[in-house]
Design a protein around this ligand. Structure first.
Ligand code: NOJ
Length: 580
């Protein structure tokens, strides 16, 4: 697939000399980004007010969380109309103005598409409910229960209840992989596939530059719906029967051939439970499916496998193993998108870094990490400021997102578990941590809103905000801007090989990045204690010809004679190795 990104639609000015893989994507969780009309909810005109901020950051693409009309039980991942913008986010004109403003600044707009499920309020589902003979019945997955009145099988949804909900009128059950108000579409039905293809074309004709395809690898199910033996698992126990299912590659190829291939776009598939060979199948260019798979594994590094709400401590060796797999072992032509934080996880500085004593330093070290990894990086709004988790959440009423609320309800109300223990788990991990409003300044509404924000603003807005960091030449924001610029100037950061060293070191994470023109060495201290970096003779020889391009502390070349350097907590060094 050869793709040029200079669109002939409304985006004529986009430059085409950049390999699409070199995009640096900024995730905007629209609801929490910037509110232009004081209703406490971020909106499209609010993004418009910040396009220069986005351009100054240097990113080449923004990915918008879903802006479709929706009852918002899952904030847009429950769509009622794939072609209508939710009135609280603005109008179609606002959208068109925004895309133009972004394109004028050479920034692409990636939209979300949610192909696996709709809202139960969607007119298709409402029609489907009416009778077994409704022409829309087959848009969803309906099955009879067994003779004893049990659901068609024992799968649990990602919210922990049964994956099947009974409709009393017709006596049948419909499948919902996520919440019961998010019924799964039946991808076996060609009309469904056509509807989604047409919805995507609608946005592409408006100049959209690509999609993040939600839950891209769950569209094809084992239609015999066997019971799972994994009865210990609380959420998503039927996963083996619908992740990377029997017809998934056929569906994605069809999407590619009928839609994606006709436009100069790139597509990012959200997929968990994927192995190397799956990602290769999804993304090898000659297969014509998706352009990249978003690599979720690092963000789930603390999750217990049977219950994602229970955490385990993470280890650097595990993070290194994950990265080795996706950055080194993956086929050279297959491709991944890298993120550490997104709207579904806690914030990266609060789990891989130290958001108390070393917040600023660890946020910077993680900025260097994300921006020097192979792949297409995605950063979440606020990550460029080192925004933290919402440690101020203290009651279940602070939580707005459905998965955490469903877990609390399941464990406390249905299983009778200790409310304090469950509350602690939920407060620790919920998705609202990454969805608190953007901290633009230190005022009460954080510059996000003049009204009552839909989600509480982090009181640390007083110390962590964009205005203050704009004025500080040593801020996290400034480092992000420098790292993004560096990455854009040096394609080796995106496309070069990744060669990790010091695999067994418990604190230092170090790797070479190399292409035909350049060789770089990145050295990071992933710990809150100072640690010693011992040079092997090979590394010392290379460093004699190195220039430290981005360093947390001054690099002392004399250390090479000593054979070691002391790295301060969360130190970072990016060396460019010069030719002998
Ligand atoms: C993944 C999305 O990122 C998440 O926010 C959503 O709840 C689920 N898919 C279901 O659409």
């Amino acid at each position: 697939m050869s793709k040029s990104l200079d669109s002939t639609r409304s985006s004529k000015q986009l430059s085409s000399d950049m390999n699409w893989k070199e995009n640096i994507v900024y995730e905007i969780y629209v609801r929490s980004f910037n509110d232009s009309d004081g209703d406490g909810i971020g909106d499209l005109p609010g993004i418009m007010e910040k396009v220069d901020y986005i351009a100054d950051l240097g990113v080449t693409a923004v990915w918008l969380s879903p802006i479709f009309d929706s009852p918002n039980r899952d904030y847009g991942y429950d769509v009622v109309d794939y072609r209508k913008i939710h009135p609280e986010y603005g109008t179609m004109e606002d959208f068109e103005n925004l895309i133009q403003a972004l394109h004028d600044r050479q920034i692409r707009l990636i939209m979300e598409i949610v192909p696996n499920h709709t809202s139960s309020d969607h007119p298709w589902f409402q029609e489907s409910l009416k009778s077994k003979s409704s022409p829309y019945r087959d848009y969803y997955i309906w099955r009879a229960g067994d003779e004893k009145g049990n659901p068609p099988n024992n799968w649990t949804s990602f919210l922990g209840d049964s994956s099947w909900e009974k409709d009393e009128e017709t006596g049948e059950y419909y499948l919902h992989t996520y919440a019961k108000h998010q019924p799964d579409l039946n991808w076996e039905n060609p009309k469904v596939r056509q509807e989604i293809a047409q919805a995507m074309e609608f946005w592409l004709e408006k100049g959209t530059d690509g999609f993040r395809v939600d839950t891209a690898n769950v569209l094809s199910k084992d239609m015999s719906f066997p019971d799972t033996e994994d009865t210990e698992r609380i959420q998503g126990s039927g996963e083996p029967f619908y992740k990377n299912g029997p017809r998934i590659h056929e569906y994605l190829r069809e999407m590619h051939d009928s839609v994606f291939s006709k436009y100069p776009i790139f597509t990012m598939g959200e997929a968990s439970q994927v192995e190397l060979e799956d990602v290769e199948k999804y993304t090898l260019p000659n297969r014509g499916e998706l352009d990249l798979i978003l690599m979720i594994e690092a963000s789930k590094i603390c999750d217990e496998s049977n219950d994602m709400w229970q955490s385990k401590p993470w280890e650097l060796s595990h993070l290194k193993d994950i990265m080795r797999k996706w950055l080194k072992d993956l086929h050279n032509e297959a491709w991944i998108g890298m993120y550490l934080s997104n709207h579904d996880h806690v914030r990266m500085v609060s789990y891989l870094g130290d958001d108390e004593q070393y917040r600023e330093q660890s946020a910077k070290m993680l900025a260097v990490f994300l921006m020097t990894l192979r792949g297409t990086p995605n950063l979440l709004q606020g990550e460029e400021l080192g925004m933290t988790n919402a440690h101020f959440f203290n009651s279940i009423d602070d939580i707005k997102e459905q998965q955490a609320l469903a877990y609390y309800h399941l464990m406390v109300d249905e299983r009778g578990e200790d409310p304090e223990t469950i509350l602690r788990r939920v407060l620790h991990k919920n998705r609202d941590h990454s969805r608190t409003p953007m901290q633009w300044n230190d005022e009460e509404g954080a510059g996000f809103t003049t009204g009552k924000p839909w989600q509480r603003i982090n009181p640390n807005r007083e110390e962590i905000n964009a205005k203050q960091q704009e004025e500080d030449p040593n801020s996290v924001l400034d480092l992000y801007r420098r790292m993004i610029a560096l990455r854009r100037e040096h394609p080796v950061m995106t496309l070069g090989t990744y060669e990790p060293i010091l695999d067994d070191h418990e604190h230092i994470y170090a790797y070479f990045r190399e292409n035909e023109q350049e060789r770089w060495l990145v050295v990071l201290n992933f710990s809150r204690t100072a640690t010693v970096f011992e040079y092997s003779s090979d590394i010392a020889a290379e460093l004699r010809h190195a220039e430290c391009i981005v360093c947390s502390d001054e690099w002392n070349i004399d250390d090479l004679n000593e054979g070691q350097s002391k790295l301060q907590p969360y130190a970072y060094y990016v060396f460019r190795i010069k030719e002998n």
